[in-house]
Design a protein around this ligand. Structure first.
Ligand code: AMP
Ligand code: ZN
Length: 134
């Protein structure tokens, strides 16, 4: 039976990828449309869709692999910073529904601007905390 999930197909070798690292639980490969040079995706070998269905044990493995990749990028590509990015859900701009962490190298003056921020009114800060922690 063929899998419709593109990242599952990379795991089982049905479609090619530039693999950077793998172990029993995780796989890292180059993003085909990089935000910048050396942009890597870290995925679980088992299919999970997002942060809501991923067991925390898997997340621990994935973060450990992301750290290894970050160290490789710093040492071998000369990156001076790293962003770890993740999207769960289409409103978060997730486009491939197999859990993944983006390891994005950052370089001086690379032009990748950070997200905009806003400000809470004091009472709104407390309201949000109350809603979040109920
Ligand atoms: P997201 O939008 O956070 O779900 O990220 C999905 C990422 O997967 C995008 O950055 C794509 O460029 C990347 N991508 C999609 N297909 C492939 C592929 N076949 N090989 C490598 N990266 C891919
Ligand atoms: Zn999958």
């Amino acid at each position: 039976m063929s899998s419709p999930c593109i990242f599952c197909q990379i795991v089982n070798g049905k479609i090619p990828a530039e693999k950077i690292y793998e172990d029993n639980n995780t796989l890292a490969f180059l993003d085909i449309n990089p935000l910048c040079r050396g942009h890597v995706l870290v995925i679980p070998k088992k299919h999970y869709e997002n942060i809501f269905d991923l067991p925390s044990k898997e997340l621990i493995n994935l973060i450990a692999t992301a750290q290894k990749i970050a160290q490789m990028i710093k040492k071998n590509l000369g990156a001076t910073g790293i962003n770890l990015l993740h999207a769960s859900g289409k409103d978060a701009q997730q486009s491939v529904f197999h859990f993944h962490i983006h390891v994005v190298p950052r370089y001086p003056n690379d032009g990748l601007n950070t997200w905009p921020s806003s400000r809470y009114q004091e009472k709104d800060l407390r309201k949000v905390k109350k809603a979040l922690c109920q």
